[in-house]
Design a protein around this ligand. Structure first.
Ligand code: MLT
Length: 247
């Protein structure tokens, strides 16, 4: 019985990106989620053969990095739009095979890459979204068992506020966990309940969110549609030593 108890993995969910620091302090496995659109873009980039993604905190840092590595692509957004001189914006649909296959991307976004960078001192940072919810969940759980660590799900909210789509996505990640193996925090249970309610109408539910409505105003409705596809990919990018890669 004792052995079984020791195998139980605690699963926490932070409700705002600024709480990343709490997740880092737990020294466990962190799953960063930014459904709209940062982590969905990163996932589509890897699905289309990108070699690696390097998150940059500021535009300036991104420009400087690209000066030193002229073969790297600049990608990301400010205010939802592609910054001056960038090769790609932050629409997941821009990360096509012809655009990204074999390439290293320098990536900077308003919220998502900032959350990744805040999490980077954790030993393991995994990239999650609806697109890989099942795979990222199982990977996090396997790693947690193997290394006897907790799992923390960290949303990357817009303007530091609670984010509906990332909360529901956390529920999609937790949904595949065998309940006897884990101990969910109240926030994680709430996300599971929200996902259970939303899963038959994911796109419609995500469209209610503040960020989806903002993206629609900017003309990015198809990005929301794309990002709401559940388990389209079985890849799990990992952020280590400043670089995101597939294993
Ligand atoms: C972000 O990282 O802040 C988001 O991906 C914003 C966006 O939708 O472009």
């Amino acid at each position: 019985v004792k052995e079984a108890k020791e195998m139980v993995v605690k699963v926490n969910l932070e409700l705002a990106a600024r709480d990343t620091v709490r997740a880092v302090k737990r020294k466990g496995i962190i799953v960063v989620i930014d459904v709209l659109r940062c982590t969905s873009s990163i996932l589509n980039a890897f699905a289309n053969g990108a070699r690696e993604v390097i998150p940059a905190k500021t535009l300036n840092e991104a420009y400087q990095m690209q000066k030193q590595h002229s073969d790297y692509l600049l990608a990301g957004e400010r205010g939802g739009l592609r910054p001056r001189g960038f090769d790609l914006g932050n629409s997941p649909l821009e990360f096509t095979e012809p655009n990204v296959c074999g390439r290293t991307l320098i990536f900077t976004t308003t919220g998502g890459t900032q959350t990744l960078i805040r999490a980077k001192s954790a030993s393991w940072v995994l990239v999650g979204a609806f697109l890989n919810a099942r795979s990222v969940g199982l990977k996090a759980l396997n790693m947690a068992h193997a290394k006897m660590l907790d799992v923390s799900l960290v949303p990357s909210c817009r303007k530091e506020r609670f984010s509906l789509e990332d909360f529901i996505c956390a529920g999609a990640v937790v949904d595949k966990f065998p309940l006897e193996d884990i101990e969910l925090s109240d926030a994680a249970i709430a996300s599971l309940l929200a996902f259970t309610q939303a899963k038959g109408k994911l796109f419609e539910t995500v469209m209610l969110s503040e960020h989806a409505r903002h993206l629609v105003q900017l003309g990015f409705r198809t990005d929301v549609e794309f990002s709401c596809q559940l388990d389209l990919f079985n890849i799990v990018p990992i952020y280590r030593n400043g670089v995101i890669k597939l294993e």
